[in-house]
Design a protein around this ligand. Structure first.
Ligand code: SF4
Length: 483
């Protein structure tokens, strides 16, 4: 018979082990929980705040996405000049200062983490991001990642391969990021690009668009760096007639997204060269479809207010584009509905594949009918794309890749100013035009953090109302010539 003390020890050991096992099991359950509870809360808040007219079956905001985020006041200066430019007249009088950038990015991201939960896409945007030193740029990206953000650097793309190398590798030459995302803004409305100071056409810029992608390809071959590249283009009456040709040229270059911004009257008035009202989302979409030589269905998934965003998610197979959800096919819209209802909010990108699979399986466990819905969707999509063999052949030949098309229509400052002011007072505008602006602001998909006021501000309001004041202050805080 064991002495009493020894028995007590054994019991205590057993209880301790059970406690430890329980704690581990709990931790595993939390880690594999399909949607983080803070994301659930943020999604519910967004959905509840959406105006009725955007709560459509296709709406992804508030059901799967909490919305995109961007930085402000972190490096307002740019070394190119665009017509138009969304930044206020003082932006170029603010010194680039890595310490300020890092401090502000960290502060803004912490607030977004608190309000929007542990996962979102966020843009590191100024100004021109490559005016930061590579180390400061890398530190800002790391701060965003530390806050659970998936960062995208917004650039004019006029930097050298050495800059990119110094950004993504540490002093020992090893990669400091496994994956980076960049959006390159390239269009003929920009002045000052090295080698194309005053481009006369979009076609003149194609070698620069190609060179940008090539920098990443070369680095991938050398280091294994993974990347996601978007191509951004501002569209005005001056270049709308060149959109189709640009699409034809850019589509095979290696970008995964083509985004167009019809110009708005916002920012530095000295850079408004003409009336921009003639070019809207419809005009750009028509050109996009002309360039692709096919209809581009965007009605399958909404992202916020359709007057702000038109998005088409899909893939390219041998230069022909296929949507993930064909809005005309009930089997595909049924899959979308089941996805939003049962899997919305799961962080599909940046979750390790094995963990993602467990999350999906945990969600699927409660919805056994989803398997049939998923199979019907896959069958329909494969039929549209020409079958599995064709898909496999395309993949082997490197002719299969993701491609998202987007038109994002910012609003004029003259409308946003009064709309935002009334919203701050909780007043619905009587003027239909200003009320429509308020509706769009309420469904905004692109927010900027103001922890000092406890607000998440739509980028339209940031650029139209807050930037001028903010940049005037920054001009004193960070003068070009330190005093
Ligand atoms: S309100 Fe402005 S920033 Fe927000 S989604 Fe609409 S156009 Fe974009």
């Amino acid at each position: 018979m064991a002495p009493r003390g020894a028995a007590t020890h054994t019991e205590e050991d057993g209880m301790g082990r059970r406690r430890e096992l329980r704690a581990r099991w709990q931790e595993l359950r939390e880690r594999t929980r399909p949607v983080h509870p803070e994301t659930e809360r943020a999604l519910a808040e967004r959905w509840a705040a959406l105006p009725d007219h955007v709560r459509t079956p296709a709406q992804s905001l508030g059901r799967h996405a909490v919305g995109c985020e961007g930085t402000h006041g972190v490096f307002p200066k740019c070394n190119l000049t665009c017509t138009p430019c969304y930044h206020s007249a003082d932006a170029n009088k603010v010194r680039i200062d890595g310490g300020h950038t890092l401090g502000e990015v960290t502060r803004q991201m912490a607030y977004l983490r608190e309000r929007r939960g542990p996962y979102a896409h966020a843009q590191l945007i100024g100004g021109e991001v490559s005016l930061l030193t590579p180390d400061d740029h890398a530190a800002a990206l790391q701060a965003m990642r530390d806050a659970g953000r998936s960062p995208m650097s917004m650039t004019h793309g006029d930097f050298d391969p050495e800059y990119l190398r110094a950004l993504v590798t540490g002093p020992d030459g090893a990669l400091r990021f496994d994956r980076v995302s960049f959006a390159a803004h390239v269009d003929s409305l920009m002045r000052g690009r090295r080698g194309a100071v005053r481009p006369r056409s979009e076609a003149e810029l194609n070698p620069f668009r190609e060179r940008f992608v090539q920098m990443f390809r070369d680095l991938r071959a050398e280091t294994g760096l993974r990347y996601y590249l978007a191509h951004n283009m501002t569209v005005t009456p001056a270049n709308v007639g060149q959109v189709a040709e640009t699409v034809r040229e850019v589509i095979g270059m290696g970008y995964s997204m083509m985004s167009f911004q019809p110009a708005a009257h916002v920012g530095d008035e000295r850079r408004w060269k003409e009336s921009y009202t003639a070019v809207d989302a419809d005009a750009v979409w028509t050109e996009l479809e002309k360039g692709m030589g096919q209809p581009i269905a965007h009605q399958g998934v909404d992202f916020g207010d359709p007057r702000c965003n038109r998005l088409a998610f899909g893939f390219l197979l041998e230069r022909r584009w296929h949507p993930f959800v064909d809005p005309e096919v009930p089997a595909e819209t049924a899959a979308r509905d089941a996805f939003f209802a049962h899997y919305g909010g799961i962080a599909f990108s940046n979750t390790p594949p094995a963990l993602l699979l467990v999350k999906v399986l945990r969600a699927a466990r409660h919805h056994p009918g989803d398997l049939r819905i998923a199979l019907r969707w896959a069958r329909s999509l494969l039929r549209r794309a020409g079958g599995v063999r064709r898909l496999a052949r395309g993949a082997r030949a490197g002719r299969l890749g993701l491609m998202t098309f987007e038109v994002h229509s910012f609003m004029d400052a003259a409308d946003v100013g009064p709309a935002w002011e009334l919203m701050q007072q909780g007043v619905e505008a009587g003027d239909p035009r200003i009320r429509a602006t308020q509706e769009r602001l309420a469904a905004c998909t692109y927010s900027m953090a103001h922890p000092e006021t406890g607000q998440l501000v739509p980028a339209c309001a940031q650029h139209s109302v807050l930037d001028p004041v903010e940049n005037a202050g920054l001009r004193k805080l960070l003068p070009l010539t330190p005093v």
